[in-house]
Design a protein around this ligand. Structure first.
Ligand code: SAH
Length: 247
């Protein structure tokens, strides 16, 4: 089992976020039809998928590489009474081949970094109807001042991290307009993601007490949490809410 899965599989989220933040970003999307067709890319165990299903009444295609996360998603969807609205597809975001113009809305929380912000935005665009919306959350520099330890860590772990301004240029180049942004509150990182993940890291540290390789990986992960504790003013997750032009 990969360390990513072992760390994340008991968590309700595999990345930073909250139901309230999903609803807030969704609130910026205007004029969806009554039962929108939605694509949720890198859905994980589906925290945001359930919110989208409940809030829009739409039909959602949820894509993830990991079947175990998809199974969790469908369990949660059944409990929430929205399973009939959701189709879970095990597959790669790099190999999606939906028909041109299939969706009113594409959603991707904490996952477009896998494709790359620019590449994801430009390759997924064709799946949207004209006038359709795309909402993604992306790790972003928030302040001019970038503390050296954070710069050094993220140069190693996510060198593609950019400022909101740079990302807005990429959004425009990828052919979207109506860009709005919402910063995820730092407390949403802790209560729904880093908090439970940090507890899990401590458990895994005992489990792998004799495995120096895994301990080193856990150190690097713990460092991410420690840095955010100090520097959450400098970087964070930003929702980008964008629209494919209507014509
Ligand atoms: N949206 C969820 C999960 C984010 S974590 C949340 O916010 O909680 C990123 C997810 O992308 C993981 O579930 C991982 O299994 C999935 N993933 C990784 N590589 C992928 C790929 N190539 N195609 C589709 N999903 C992928």
């Amino acid at each position: 089992m990969s360390l990513f899965r072992e760390l994340h599989e008991r968590l309700l989220r595999q990345g930073p976020g909250s139901d309230a933040a999903t609803r807030r970003a969704l609130g910026l999307v205007r004029g969806l039809p009554p039962k929108p067709r939605i694509l949720d890319v890198g859905c994980g165990s589906g925290a945001q998928t359930i919110v989208l299903a409940e809030s829009t009444g739409g039909e959602i295609v949820a894509v993830d590489l990991d079947q175990r996360f998809l199974d969790k998603l469908m369990d949660r969807a059944s409990s929430a009474g929205v399973a009939a609205q959701i189709t879970a597809i095990k597959g790669s975001m790099f190999e999606m081949d939906f028909a041109e113009g299939s969706f009113d809305l594409i959603w991707s929380e904490g996952a477009i970094y896998i494709a790359g912000f620019a590449a994801g935005l430009s390759t997924w665009r064709r799946f949207l109807k004209n006038g359709g919306w795309i909402v993604v959350s992306e790790l972003t520099w928030l302040a001019e001042e970038r503390p050296a330890p954070a710069v050094e860590y993220w140069a190693r772990n996510y060198p593609a991290m950019r400022s909101v301004e740079r990302n807005r240029k990429i959004v425009a180049e990828a052919g979207y307009d109506d860009v709005e942004t919402v910063v995820l509150p730092a407390e949403d990182w802790w209560s729904n993601y880093y908090g439970p993940a940090e507890a899990r890291v401590a458990e895994l540290r005992s489990k792998y007490a004799n495995d120096r390789g895994i301990l080193a990986e856990l150190d690097e992960i713990q460092r991410e949490y420690d840095l955010f504790r100090l520097h959450s003013d400098s970087y964070g997750y930003v929702f980008y809410v964008m629209r494919r032009p209507a014509v």
